[in-house]
Design a protein around this ligand. Structure first.
Ligand code: NAD
Length: 261
Protein backbone atom coordinates (compact mmCIF):
# COMPACT_ATOMS: atom_id res chain seq x y z
CA UNK A 1 0.00 0.00 0.00
CA UNK A 2 2.77 2.46 -0.94
CA UNK A 3 0.25 5.10 -2.07
CA UNK A 4 -1.43 5.51 1.32
CA UNK A 5 -1.96 9.23 1.92
CA UNK A 6 -1.90 10.03 -1.81
CA UNK A 7 -4.85 11.10 -3.98
CA UNK A 8 -5.35 10.17 -7.62
CA UNK A 9 -7.69 11.64 -10.22
CA UNK A 10 -8.25 9.47 -13.28
CA UNK A 11 -10.28 10.89 -16.17
CA UNK A 12 -12.39 8.52 -18.25
CA UNK A 13 -12.31 5.83 -15.59
CA UNK A 14 -15.78 4.30 -15.64
CA UNK A 15 -14.59 1.75 -18.19
CA UNK A 16 -11.60 0.09 -19.84
CA UNK A 17 -8.06 1.27 -19.11
CA UNK A 18 -9.12 4.08 -16.78
CA UNK A 19 -11.13 1.81 -14.51
CA UNK A 20 -8.23 -0.67 -14.32
CA UNK A 21 -5.92 2.24 -13.41
CA UNK A 22 -8.30 3.37 -10.64
CA UNK A 23 -8.44 -0.17 -9.25
CA UNK A 24 -4.65 -0.54 -9.29
CA UNK A 25 -4.06 2.80 -7.54
CA UNK A 26 -6.77 2.08 -4.94
CA UNK A 27 -5.17 -1.32 -4.32
CA UNK A 28 -2.00 0.56 -3.30
CA UNK A 29 -4.00 2.67 -0.84
CA UNK A 30 -4.62 5.87 -2.84
CA UNK A 31 -7.86 7.82 -2.48
CA UNK A 32 -9.30 8.04 -5.98
CA UNK A 33 -11.65 10.24 -7.93
CA UNK A 34 -13.12 8.53 -10.97
CA UNK A 35 -14.78 10.25 -13.92
CA UNK A 36 -16.68 9.32 -17.04
CA UNK A 37 -20.07 8.37 -18.37
CA UNK A 38 -22.23 5.31 -17.91
CA UNK A 39 -25.01 3.74 -15.90
CA UNK A 40 -25.38 5.56 -12.57
CA UNK A 41 -25.91 2.42 -10.48
CA UNK A 42 -22.93 0.65 -12.08
CA UNK A 43 -20.70 3.69 -11.48
CA UNK A 44 -21.80 3.91 -7.84
CA UNK A 45 -21.01 0.21 -7.39
CA UNK A 46 -17.50 0.75 -8.81
CA UNK A 47 -16.99 3.83 -6.60
CA UNK A 48 -18.04 1.91 -3.48
CA UNK A 49 -15.75 -1.00 -4.40
CA UNK A 50 -12.81 1.38 -4.88
CA UNK A 51 -13.46 3.01 -1.50
CA UNK A 52 -13.53 -0.41 0.16
CA UNK A 53 -10.29 -1.43 -1.57
CA UNK A 54 -8.28 1.67 -0.72
CA UNK A 55 -9.77 2.42 2.69
CA UNK A 56 -9.02 6.05 1.83
CA UNK A 57 -12.19 7.15 0.08
CA UNK A 58 -13.38 7.29 -3.50
CA UNK A 59 -15.39 9.96 -5.29
CA UNK A 60 -17.02 10.27 -8.69
CA UNK A 61 -17.17 13.29 -10.99
CA UNK A 62 -19.51 13.35 -13.99
CA UNK A 63 -17.54 16.21 -15.59
CA UNK A 64 -17.56 16.22 -19.38
CA UNK A 65 -13.94 16.28 -20.63
CA UNK A 66 -14.98 18.37 -23.63
CA UNK A 67 -16.01 21.24 -21.32
CA UNK A 68 -13.14 23.28 -19.78
CA UNK A 69 -15.26 24.78 -16.98
CA UNK A 70 -16.43 21.32 -15.88
CA UNK A 71 -12.83 20.03 -15.99
CA UNK A 72 -11.57 22.84 -13.76
CA UNK A 73 -14.46 22.30 -11.31
CA UNK A 74 -13.66 18.54 -11.18
CA UNK A 75 -9.99 19.12 -10.31
CA UNK A 76 -10.91 21.75 -7.71
CA UNK A 77 -13.49 19.45 -6.12
CA UNK A 78 -10.88 16.65 -5.92
CA UNK A 79 -8.45 18.97 -4.14
CA UNK A 80 -11.20 20.26 -1.80
CA UNK A 81 -12.43 16.75 -0.95
CA UNK A 82 -9.07 14.99 -0.45
CA UNK A 83 -6.77 17.89 0.41
CA UNK A 84 -4.64 17.63 -2.70
CA UNK A 85 -4.00 15.86 -5.95
CA UNK A 86 -0.84 13.79 -6.18
CA UNK A 87 -1.46 11.55 -9.20
CA UNK A 88 -3.25 12.78 -12.30
CA UNK A 89 -4.07 10.28 -15.04
CA UNK A 90 -5.37 11.85 -18.24
CA UNK A 91 -7.06 8.91 -19.85
CA UNK A 92 -10.47 9.95 -21.25
CA UNK A 93 -10.62 9.35 -24.97
CA UNK A 94 -12.94 8.63 -27.85
CA UNK A 95 -12.41 7.49 -31.43
CA UNK A 96 -14.03 8.10 -34.81
CA UNK A 97 -13.02 6.28 -37.98
CA UNK A 98 -13.61 7.94 -41.38
CA UNK A 99 -11.64 9.26 -44.36
CA UNK A 100 -10.57 12.91 -43.93
CA UNK A 101 -12.84 14.17 -46.69
CA UNK A 102 -15.82 12.54 -44.99
CA UNK A 103 -14.75 13.26 -41.40
CA UNK A 104 -17.46 15.28 -39.59
CA UNK A 105 -15.87 18.57 -38.42
CA UNK A 106 -17.79 18.39 -35.11
CA UNK A 107 -16.22 14.94 -34.47
CA UNK A 108 -12.78 16.41 -35.12
CA UNK A 109 -13.44 19.17 -32.55
CA UNK A 110 -14.82 16.68 -30.00
CA UNK A 111 -11.83 14.32 -30.29
CA UNK A 112 -9.30 17.15 -30.00
CA UNK A 113 -11.20 18.49 -26.95
CA UNK A 114 -11.54 15.17 -25.09
CA UNK A 115 -8.32 13.39 -26.12
CA UNK A 116 -5.97 16.40 -25.99
CA UNK A 117 -7.27 19.71 -24.62
CA UNK A 118 -8.80 18.13 -21.50
CA UNK A 119 -5.28 17.18 -20.38
CA UNK A 120 -4.11 20.79 -20.73
CA UNK A 121 -6.99 21.90 -18.50
CA UNK A 122 -6.47 19.22 -15.82
CA UNK A 123 -2.71 19.80 -15.74
CA UNK A 124 -2.93 23.59 -15.51
CA UNK A 125 -5.45 23.31 -12.68
CA UNK A 126 -3.72 20.52 -10.74
CA UNK A 127 -0.10 21.73 -10.97
CA UNK A 128 -0.21 24.40 -8.20
CA UNK A 129 -1.33 21.76 -5.64
CA UNK A 130 1.43 19.36 -6.79
CA UNK A 131 4.05 22.13 -6.70
CA UNK A 132 2.95 23.06 -3.16
CA UNK A 133 3.68 19.48 -2.02
CA UNK A 134 6.84 19.09 -4.12
CA UNK A 135 5.63 15.72 -5.39
CA UNK A 136 3.44 14.70 -8.27
CA UNK A 137 2.86 12.14 -10.98
CA UNK A 138 1.11 12.99 -14.23
CA UNK A 139 0.53 10.08 -16.58
CA UNK A 140 -1.23 10.58 -19.90
CA UNK A 141 -2.72 7.67 -21.80
CA UNK A 142 -1.39 8.33 -25.30
CA UNK A 143 -1.28 5.49 -27.85
CA UNK A 144 0.91 3.86 -30.46
CA UNK A 145 -0.92 6.47 -32.54
CA UNK A 146 1.18 9.12 -30.74
CA UNK A 147 4.14 7.74 -32.70
CA UNK A 148 2.72 6.35 -35.95
CA UNK A 149 -0.44 6.89 -37.99
CA UNK A 150 -3.19 4.70 -39.40
CA UNK A 151 -5.53 5.79 -42.18
CA UNK A 152 -9.03 7.05 -41.30
CA UNK A 153 -8.06 8.16 -37.76
CA UNK A 154 -6.94 11.73 -38.50
CA UNK A 155 -8.33 13.41 -35.39
CA UNK A 156 -7.25 10.62 -33.04
CA UNK A 157 -3.71 10.47 -34.44
CA UNK A 158 -3.42 14.27 -34.32
CA UNK A 159 -4.66 14.38 -30.72
CA UNK A 160 -2.35 11.56 -29.61
CA UNK A 161 0.71 13.12 -31.27
CA UNK A 162 -0.36 16.32 -29.49
CA UNK A 163 -0.56 14.72 -26.06
CA UNK A 164 2.93 13.29 -26.53
CA UNK A 165 4.17 16.85 -27.12
CA UNK A 166 2.23 18.22 -24.16
CA UNK A 167 3.76 15.48 -21.99
CA UNK A 168 7.31 16.47 -22.96
CA UNK A 169 6.67 20.19 -22.46
CA UNK A 170 5.04 19.75 -19.04
CA UNK A 171 7.86 17.41 -17.95
CA UNK A 172 10.48 20.05 -18.74
CA UNK A 173 8.57 22.80 -16.94
CA UNK A 174 8.33 20.91 -13.61
CA UNK A 175 11.48 18.78 -13.79
CA UNK A 176 13.06 20.30 -10.66
CA UNK A 177 9.91 20.18 -8.56
CA UNK A 178 9.47 16.49 -7.76
CA UNK A 179 6.81 16.08 -10.42
CA UNK A 180 7.18 13.65 -13.31
CA UNK A 181 5.11 13.73 -16.49
CA UNK A 182 5.00 10.73 -18.81
CA UNK A 183 2.74 9.09 -21.31
CA UNK A 184 1.97 5.42 -21.80
CA UNK A 185 1.41 4.40 -25.41
CA UNK A 186 -0.49 1.14 -25.68
CA UNK A 187 -1.10 -0.72 -28.90
CA UNK A 188 -4.52 -2.31 -29.22
CA UNK A 189 -6.06 -2.99 -25.82
CA UNK A 190 -9.26 -5.00 -25.69
CA UNK A 191 -11.76 -2.43 -24.31
CA UNK A 192 -15.19 -1.04 -25.29
CA UNK A 193 -13.39 1.70 -27.31
CA UNK A 194 -11.85 -0.91 -29.60
CA UNK A 195 -15.04 -2.95 -29.78
CA UNK A 196 -16.97 0.18 -30.84
CA UNK A 197 -14.74 0.94 -33.84
CA UNK A 198 -15.06 -2.51 -35.41
CA UNK A 199 -18.35 -1.76 -37.27
CA UNK A 200 -16.99 1.52 -38.73
CA UNK A 201 -13.73 -0.13 -39.77
CA UNK A 202 -15.70 -2.97 -41.39
CA UNK A 203 -17.63 -0.34 -43.36
CA UNK A 204 -14.63 1.89 -44.21
CA UNK A 205 -12.50 -1.04 -45.45
CA UNK A 206 -15.22 -3.47 -46.59
CA UNK A 207 -14.08 -6.24 -44.24
CA UNK A 208 -15.68 -8.85 -41.96
CA UNK A 209 -15.42 -8.63 -38.17
CA UNK A 210 -12.76 -11.39 -38.08
CA UNK A 211 -10.76 -9.65 -40.82
CA UNK A 212 -10.84 -6.37 -38.85
CA UNK A 213 -9.64 -8.17 -35.69
CA UNK A 214 -6.81 -10.14 -37.31
CA UNK A 215 -5.87 -8.20 -40.46
CA UNK A 216 -6.31 -4.62 -39.16
CA UNK A 217 -6.18 -4.44 -35.36
CA UNK A 218 -3.56 -7.11 -34.69
CA UNK A 219 -1.87 -6.88 -38.09
CA UNK A 220 0.81 -4.52 -36.82
CA UNK A 221 1.10 -5.99 -33.33
CA UNK A 222 3.90 -8.59 -33.62
CA UNK A 223 2.85 -10.42 -30.43
CA UNK A 224 -0.57 -11.05 -32.08
CA UNK A 225 -2.11 -10.41 -28.69
CA UNK A 226 -4.16 -7.53 -27.37
CA UNK A 227 -2.53 -5.53 -24.56
CA UNK A 228 -4.50 -5.95 -21.30
CA UNK A 229 -5.84 -3.14 -19.15
CA UNK A 230 -4.02 -4.66 -16.17
CA UNK A 231 -0.68 -4.39 -17.99
CA UNK A 232 -1.24 -0.66 -18.60
CA UNK A 233 -2.30 -0.12 -14.98
CA UNK A 234 0.81 -1.93 -13.70
CA UNK A 235 3.09 0.48 -15.61
CA UNK A 236 1.15 3.42 -14.18
CA UNK A 237 1.70 2.07 -10.64
CA UNK A 238 5.41 1.66 -11.37
CA UNK A 239 5.63 5.30 -12.50
CA UNK A 240 4.13 6.36 -9.16
CA UNK A 241 6.99 4.80 -7.17
CA UNK A 242 9.79 7.00 -5.82
CA UNK A 243 12.22 4.73 -7.72
CA UNK A 244 10.68 6.12 -10.94
CA UNK A 245 11.57 9.73 -10.10
CA UNK A 246 14.02 9.93 -13.03
CA UNK A 247 11.52 8.73 -15.61
CA UNK A 248 10.04 11.95 -16.95
CA UNK A 249 9.12 13.28 -20.37
CA UNK A 250 9.04 9.70 -21.63
CA UNK A 251 6.67 8.14 -24.12
CA UNK A 252 6.52 4.55 -22.90
CA UNK A 253 5.38 2.10 -25.54
CA UNK A 254 3.37 -0.96 -24.57
CA UNK A 255 2.35 -2.16 -27.99
CA UNK A 256 3.52 -5.74 -28.46
CA UNK A 257 6.31 -4.48 -30.74
CA UNK A 258 4.07 -2.47 -33.11
CA UNK A 259 6.25 0.65 -33.27
CA UNK A 260 9.48 -1.35 -33.38
CA UNK A 261 8.61 -2.54 -36.88
P1 NAD B 1 -13.24 3.10 -23.05
O1 NAD B 1 -14.24 3.52 -24.07
O2 NAD B 1 -13.37 1.76 -22.40
O3 NAD B 1 -13.16 4.19 -21.89
C1 NAD B 1 -13.20 5.56 -22.17
C2 NAD B 1 -13.58 6.29 -20.91
O4 NAD B 1 -13.65 7.70 -21.21
C3 NAD B 1 -14.95 5.90 -20.36
O5 NAD B 1 -14.92 5.92 -18.94
C4 NAD B 1 -15.86 7.01 -20.89
O6 NAD B 1 -17.04 7.21 -20.12
C5 NAD B 1 -14.90 8.17 -20.79
N1 NAD B 1 -15.30 9.32 -21.59
C6 NAD B 1 -15.60 9.37 -22.91
N2 NAD B 1 -15.95 10.63 -23.26
C7 NAD B 1 -15.84 11.37 -22.14
C8 NAD B 1 -16.07 12.74 -21.85
N3 NAD B 1 -16.49 13.61 -22.79
N4 NAD B 1 -15.89 13.16 -20.58
C9 NAD B 1 -15.51 12.30 -19.60
N5 NAD B 1 -15.26 11.00 -19.82
C10 NAD B 1 -15.45 10.55 -21.08
O7 NAD B 1 -11.84 3.27 -23.76
P2 NAD B 1 -10.35 2.75 -23.43
O8 NAD B 1 -9.97 1.85 -24.54
O9 NAD B 1 -10.22 2.30 -22.04
O10 NAD B 1 -9.56 4.10 -23.68
C11 NAD B 1 -8.98 4.87 -22.64
C12 NAD B 1 -7.84 5.67 -23.22
O11 NAD B 1 -6.86 4.76 -23.73
C13 NAD B 1 -8.22 6.60 -24.36
O12 NAD B 1 -7.51 7.83 -24.25
C14 NAD B 1 -7.74 5.84 -25.58
O13 NAD B 1 -7.46 6.69 -26.66
C15 NAD B 1 -6.51 5.18 -25.03
N6 NAD B 1 -6.04 4.02 -25.79
C16 NAD B 1 -6.85 2.95 -25.97
C17 NAD B 1 -6.36 1.88 -26.72
C18 NAD B 1 -7.18 0.66 -26.97
O14 NAD B 1 -6.80 -0.14 -27.84
N7 NAD B 1 -8.29 0.46 -26.27
C19 NAD B 1 -5.07 1.92 -27.26
C20 NAD B 1 -4.29 3.04 -27.05
C21 NAD B 1 -4.78 4.09 -26.31
Amino acid sequence: MFLKGKTALITGSTSGIGLACAKALAAEGAAVMINGFGDAAAIEAERAALAATSGAGAAYSAADMSKPDEIVAMVESCIARFGGIDILVNNAGIQHVAPIDEFPPEKWDQIIAINLSSAFHTIRTALPAMKAKGWGRIVNTASAHSLVASPFKSAYVAAKHGIAGLTKTAALEVATQGITVNCISPGYVWTPLVEAQIPDTMKARGLTREQVMNDVLLAGQPTKKFVTVEQVAALLVHLCRDESASITGANLSMDGGWTAA
